[in-house]
Design a protein around this ligand. Structure first.
Ligand SMILES: [Zn+2]
Length: 111
């Protein structure tokens, strides 16, 4: 990788954005190399540097796929299932109890 073009702070050309700015547009660098850098001079210190990516090479933030969503739902369901009674408690089983509240406190559910 050769020397990157360096721009002064606030003088970045159109078409470049920092990772954060990309994110605000729903974009991600998408595997591209840093295209340029911004430098903000600071008194008696190293300049602040921000890396810029090309907006035209950016990719949309990966949307959640149905398979990913299903896997997540399954994982959540597993965390809600009580190992004691085998029912979906409707909430994540507290690690401290290791079972649903009705199993941990059988008396209180009758009240
Ligand atoms: Zn239970």
């Amino acid at each position: 990788m050769g020397a990157l073009p360096v721009f002064r702070w606030r003088l970045a050309p159109d078409g470049y954005a920092t990772r954060r700015q990309l994110r605000a547009r729903g974009l991600r660098p998408g595997g591209q190399q840093v295209a340029a850098q911004l430098e903000r001079p600071r008194r008696r210190r190293e300049p602040l540097v921000a890396y810029l990516y090309r907006i035209d090479a950016a990719k949309p933030v990966r949307p959640m796929t149905p398979a990913k969503r299903a896997a997540l739902a399954k994982a959540n369901a597993a965390r809600r299932r009580c190992p004691e009674c085998g029912r979906d408690a409707g909430y994540v089983i507290p690690v401290s109890l290791g079972m649903c509240v009705s199993c941990a406190f059988p008396d209180s559910s009758a009240a």
